[in-house]
Design a protein around this ligand. Structure first.
Ligand code: C2E
Ligand code: SIN
Ligand code: FE
Length: 500
């Protein structure tokens, strides 16, 4: 399909004149019915429209205007008669010429008109590509925000696919795309298959000499066509690329790219010449990747400081004269081990690992004399001590981020058979997290020296938990958790030995 020019005219005389004038142009003239205008614009991918003002009045002319508001097409209105001339007032924003002028200047007009249309198509293509990507961003953000990789190749691949594959608008897409991560000195090569599907091909380490022979930091990206006369900041000559790119490219016809932060995106070997609209597509992709990675980095930072604060609070409440903080650390590890063994998901095991350590924060409010009393507690003292569960719940408060920590503090002395405190909850009334921490805490308390008891061996501890000793009974534990403990008790021993 070449350059099709549509002609709307009811005058056979005018049609012949234009046919004659256009005969030497590299364009096909199609005379169309006004009612078929829209259809023909699409099916011939017309580049230009000529409208005879002598043939049509207000009604048709406004119909044409409204079609052109939907789909842009350069248009030239022409007239011969007085009546046609007065109709030109109805389309005064447009180019209107006497037919004689059209006959002699048609070659220039066709060239300009088709040039406009081609450019318009390129703009629309990049706009559609960016628009399509933006509409798939929400799903991608949800999917990739919580992943931990620094620079997620999966995210980049999906974004590239959102732009280049399955996009019926875009025809100019690169054969290869390099994504360069300057900070980690790595380049990933993606190949774009003929159907536009993008997949990862190679990952390369960059050497110290890596660098481009042109400025990759241009505000609106960079692009270059070789073997085409064009204005460009980039010198001609292909060997401006680092080896790792040059080596794999038989011949580089053109490239287009954008860099942001320590990321560079470059597409190579587009079928058509590249323009700054191709750079705009790369820019949109790069900015989106940078944005998500930035949000991820900040989320990680917030999470790290959150975890740090939790640990600081938990340690402040450490009362077992364990200045190393190993008790709370071990309870974290035991709880995570049990969760994994119970087949809990990643989110739960991660959360319990940070939350378990908070179980005894309420002891901050219990008198030091009670906490450090060498002998057995009186009934009154023990009643006091029991309050540490409720104090803990209160200290932690009801932030949604700390929901599990709060549940654990409140419920870690509840017992499965209902004989625990502070509420005497039973079975699954006790949150799972707290049922898990209860066992982890008791294992650790038994293994450790306390002001009121010596440390017990792993074997003695195992015996107390599995067979009971009057104070601890197997019925105190969730049977599934107890079974899980029996399967992994050796790992408890190992962890205890490490963190002692
Ligand atoms: P803790 O020392 O961290 O102990 C946590 C839990 O481990 C205890 O919860 C109990 O279930 C178990 N446990 C600890 N030591 C032993 C033991 O020698 N034998 C058996 N069978 N189980 C043990 P519990 O009983 O609700 O106690 C909560 C907290 O009250 C203890 O935390 C400790 O700080 C304090 N506490 C309990 N009994 C005494 C005591 O006789 N003297 C003193 N000074 N403090 C006590
Ligand atoms: C026509 O469509 O041929 C004339 C009707 C009009 O546009 O006024
Ligand atoms: Fe406790």
């Amino acid at each position: 399909m070449g350059n099709t020019i549509l002609l709307l005219s009811n005058s056979q005389k005018h049609i012949s004149k234009i046919e004659t004038a256009i005969r030497w142009e590299s364009a096909d003239l199609m005379v169309v019915e006004k009612n078929d205008l829209m259809k023909n614009m699409y099916s011939f991918q017309a580049k230009m429209l000529l409208v005879d003002l002598d043939s049509f009045g207000l009604q048709t002319l406004s119909m044409i205007q409204s079609i052109l508001n939907v789909e842009y097409l350069p248009v030239i209105y022409f007239f011969e008669s007085e009546e046609g001339y007065s109709n030109s007032l109805l389309v005064s924003d447009n180019i209107t010429v006497p037919i004689s002028k059209l006959e002699c200047g048609i070659s220039e007009m066709v060239e300009q008109g088709t040039g406009f249309k081609n450019r318009y198509n390129i703009i629309m293509e990049s706009y559609d590509a960016i628009d399509l990507m933006n509409s798939s961003m929400k799903a991608l953000i949800d999917k990739y925000l919580l992943r931990e990789d620094v620079y997620d190749i999966g995210l980049i691949r999906e974004l590239l696919n959102a732009v280049f594959s399955g996009n019926r608008f875009i025809s100019n897409y690169p054969a290869n795309i390099y994504v360069i991560f300057e900070e980690i000195k790595t380049a990933v090569e993606f190949e774009v298959r003929s159907d536009g599907f993008v997949y990862e091909k190679n990952t390369e380490k960059l050497n110290d000499l890596y660098g481009f022979g042109f400025d990759t930091r241009a505000e609106n990206g960079f692009h270059k066509n070789f073997g085409v006369l064009e204005y460009s900041d980039i010198e001609s000559g292909v060997k401006l690329f680092p080896d790792f790119i040059y080596r794999d490219m038989d011949r580089i016809n053109n490239f287009s790219g954008y860099s942001i932060g320590d990321l560079i995106f470059i597409g190579f070997n587009y079928p058509n010449t590249v323009t700054h609209f191709d750079s705009a597509v790369m820019k949109a992709i790069a900015i989106n990747v940078d944005l998500i990675e930035g949000v991820k980095r900040n989320m990680r930072r917030v999470e790290e400081s959150f975890i740090y604060t939790m640990n600081a609070l938990a340690r402040a409440a450490e009362v077992n004269d364990d200045s190393t903080g190993y008790h709370i650390k071990r309870v974290n590890f035991f709880s995570r081990k049990l969760s994994e063994e119970l087949g809990m998901g990643n989110k739960f095991t991660k959360e319990i690992f940070h939350s378990a350590q908070m179980h005894d924060v309420g002891k901050i409010y219990v008198e030091k004399a009670i906490l450090t009393k060498p002998g057995k507690l009186t009934e009154q003292e023990f009643e006091n001590m029991k309050m540490h569960t409720l104090y803990g719940e209160k200290i932690i408060g009801n932030s949604s981020h700390l929901k599990m920590a709060s549940e654990i503090a409140a419920n870690h002395h509840e017992k499965y058979d209902g004989s625990g405190y502070p509420q005497g909850r039973k079975g699954t009334e006790i949150p799972l997290s707290a049922r898990i921490v209860a066992l982890a805490d008791i294992y650790d308390a038994l293994r450790s020296p306390r002001c009121y008891k010596p440390a017990f061996t792993h074997e003695k501890t195992l015996d107390i938990i599995i067979n009971g000793d009057g104070r601890v009974e197997p019925s105190h534990f969730d049977p599934n958790i107890l079974e899980a403990f029996k399967r992994v008790h050796n790992e408890f021993k190992r962890l205890y030995d490490i963190f002692q």
